[in-house]
Write a protein that binds this ligand. Structure first.
Ligand code: TRP
Ligand code: SF4
Length: 406
């Protein structure tokens, strides 16, 4: 069974509120979000329930304050609430409802095989992660995505298996609940509603796909259905499903779109990560940024000022790759190898670029820090909009499962 690309413009992504965001987040995930919001109908949310799967023993006030600080970080880098819907997972209880329903039909073996399950348990061995919630983490994530009929989910590499699982869960749901007595007859009835020309086109495209596996035909058929106004939801689902011979397609299979990993390492050259203590936070103050860069390690061969160095052995050089233009980089390469510049000189243009960027971020954050109700209102609006979309999906889901006792 298939995706329902009628809503193929939808992007959904979530982030766990684990603390202040840093430049690693910015150059990886957040810049990507800022770009996506111009092209797609984006839903970005704070995955606070997901955070609880590993932080359930921690002071719950920490998660609460992390949530608001993280939203300010998003806004500060240019995530725009007039373009993207920003919300908090726990304020849209439909996530929990769909999670519950999907958990009924998700085989235990699928969850035990998800690589992050064992990896994270080993990595966070100080925590007891032998919990129902932690094993079920990917089901909740599937619910997050399927609620909005997302066509694309931008994630890092480690998350790709979760998106794969989401697709499998959607397929299983559609298989279990999309079948109905007299499906073929009902699909044939629905085809008639496409009008004479539409019906003919639909049949031709369906044949091209089922007989020759012509994917372009499948896409055209999807577009035909998406643009048709005469079909009810149920009829549309049937015709999507009928294209591939199955039952109705109620939940949409998403694609993972891989977010390019940040090219910016941590201050010490390792991956930038809060747990390594090698970060520059998005809203660090200028003094701190300056101090952090000044104390960055450099090529160990440059003990004295007139020892030549090799930029490839120096994390400062990787920062220049992200922050400096070609002429500055040439100056660094030559100067380092010939010892005509010192490491302090080399760091100076970097500090300047970082301070310019930091100033922008700080300026954008300022109004939200001064008046927290601004952030509260943005989130309240986002939650309301998310709930409307989520509720539509849940009505379909409940109806398909005969849970609509109205
Ligand atoms: N699991 C993701 C992470 O750890 C966060 C997340 C939760 C998410 N739900 C999502 C990402 C839905 C994309 C879509 O990074
Ligand atoms: Fe690194 Fe620059 Fe010093 Fe060379 S001059 S070692 S690139 S900081």
């Amino acid at each position: 069974m298939i995706s329902k690309p009628g809503q193929s413009n939808r992007v959904v992504s979530g982030m766990r509120p684990t603390g202040r965001l840093h430049l690693g987040h910015y150059h990886g995930v957040l810049k990507n979000w800022v770009e996506l919001q111009h092209e797609f109908d984006c839903y970005f949310f704070v995955a606070d329930w997901h955070a609880l799967t590993t932080l359930y023993e921690e002071d719950s006030e920490t998660i609460n304050s992390n949530v608001w600080e993280m939203v300010i970080d998003w806004l500060a880098v240019g995530v725009d609430p007039s373009r993207a819907t920003l919300f908090i997972q726990s304020r849209v209880p439909e996530h929990a409802e769909l999670n519950l329903l999907l958990s009924m039909m998700t085989p235990l073996g699928w969850l035990e095989r998800v690589p992050t399950y064992k990896d994270q348990q080993a990595k966070l061995s100080e925590k007891d992660l032998s919990t129902h919630g932690f094993l079920g983490y990917p089901v909740l994530q599937a619910a997050d995505i399927l609620l909005y009929h997302a066509s694309q989910v931008p994630v890092g590499e480690d998350q790709v298996p979760h998106i794969e699982l989401t697709r499998e869960i959607a397929r299983r749901f559609n298989y279990l609940y999309g079948r109905e007595p007299g499906f073929e007859e009902k699909a044939e009835e629905a085809i008639k509603k496409l009008g004479k020309r539409g019906a003919k086109l639909y049949r031709n495209l369906r044949n091209a796909y089922t007989e020759r596996g012509d994917h372009e035909a499948l896409e055209k058929a999807h577009a035909l259905l998406a643009s048709n106004q005469n079909l009810s939801n149920a009829e549309q689902e049937r015709l999507y499903g009928y294209l591939e011979g199955g039952g109705r397609s109620i939940l949409t299979e998403p694609e993972a779109t891989l977010t390019e990993a940040s090219k910016l390492p941590g201050l010490d050259g390792d991956k930038m990560s809060k747990s390594y203590g090698n970060t520059i936070a998005l809203r660090d103050d200028p003094e701190r940024i300056e101090k952090s860069v000044r104390s960055m390690p450099t090529d160990p061969a440059r003990v004295r000022r007139d020892d030549p160095g090799d930029p490839n052995k120096c994390p400062v050089w990787q920062f220049h790759h992200v922050y400096s233009d070609q002429s500055t980089r040439d100056w660094v390469e030559n100067g380092c190898r010939s010892a005509s510049i010192g490491c302090i000189d080399c760091k100076q243009p970097l500090i300047e670029s970082l301070l310019v960027e930091q100033k922008d971020i700080a300026e954008r954050a300022e109004p939200y820090i001064e008046d927290p109700t601004l952030v509260r209102n943005i989130i309240a609006d986002g939650c309301e909009k998310a709930r409307e979309t989520a509720d539509e999906t849940m009505e379909q889901v409940r109806a398909t499962m005969n849970l609509d006792y109205y």
